[in-house]
Design a protein around this ligand. Structure first.
Ligand SMILES: C[S@@+](CC[C@H](N)C(=O)[O-])C[C@H]1O[C@@H](n2cnc3c(N)ncnc32)[C@H](O)[C@@H]1O
Length: 230
């Protein structure tokens, strides 16, 4: 695993407690006001029955889906977050890093009709993970990704590359997190290479806001890309 990618997951081991507090106290305004609702509606609008939440964190989305009688399974690479999700009422949460998923070291089930990743694809080489998720979806299944909006976060450099989140302004002790900035075309290429076709793109924003709070991509599992996969 490249150094930045292991540092990324390591930062979550360090930041897990502070993250749980931030999420459960509603401390992140953009989530409270815009992006939580956006991903939830995007998932619900697909009317899924069996959902995998990839990089589920402390599990807020699992709980929101379970409340609506949707069978939701989570997976995350941080043990503290997985434990918090289970303790908050989601028994089906697996502990596995993305690398372990790609190497099929952990069985997290299959036959999902939707997989979502809410601000959870932060590493560089996402194509092997997307290909792995492709195999866990039913034919025609959906992938819903919400991520940092490339134009809102570019800060003058619109080019793929590693950045650093310092969590300035967040309460508590945080370790900086490396994350990989991806342009819009880079996102679309990665989906294509992973075997997905773009089905929808949203740029959720606050009605009084001046720009998008996120980029939300809905993609359909393709049966064929180069070779037949199912
Ligand atoms: C910004 S949090 C989002 C959590 C959750 N999806 C939410 O909406 O609150 C990113 C999540 O990705 C997980 N993650 C990051 N890199 C990972 C990796 N390599 N393997 C497994 N999980 C990873 C972290 O543990 C963390 O829970």
């Amino acid at each position: 695993m490249p150094a930045s990618e292991s540092e990324l997951l390591h930062s979550w081991h360090h930041n897990a407690r502070a993250w749980i507090d931030a999420i459960r106290t509603g401390a992140i305004e953009s989530r409270r006001e815009v992006t939580d609702q956006a991903i939830l509606l995007a998932v619900l609008s697909q009317q899924p029955e069996h959902v995998l939440d990839l990089g589920c964190g402390e599990g807020w989305l699992l709980r929101a889906l379970a409340k609506r009688a949707i069978d939701a399974v989570g997976v995350d690479g941080d043990a503290t977050l997985v434990e918090a999700a289970r303790a908050a009422g989601s028994p089906a949460v697996h502990l596995a890093s993305y690398e372990e998923l790609v190497q099929a070291k952990v069985d997290i089930g299959s036959g999902y009709d939707l997989i979502c990743a809410n601000f959870a694809l932060l590493h560089q080489d996402i194509i092997p993970l997307l290909t792995t998720m492709h195999a866990l979806l039913v034919p025609g299944g959906k992938l819903v990704i919400q991520t940092l909006h490339p134009w809102s976060t570019a800060a003058g450099v619109y080019q793929d590359g590693w950045r650093q989140e310092t969590f300035a302004g967040f309460k508590g002790q945080w370790q900086p997190m490396p994350w990989y900035f991806r342009t819009l075309s880079s996102w679309l290429n990665a989906l294509d290479m992973g075997g997905f076709g773009l089905a929808g793109l949203q740029e959720p924003q606050h009605p009084q806001g001046v720009g998008p709070q996120s980029l939300l991509l809905v993609a359909t599992r393709r049966s064929v890309f180069g070779r037949r996969l199912d």
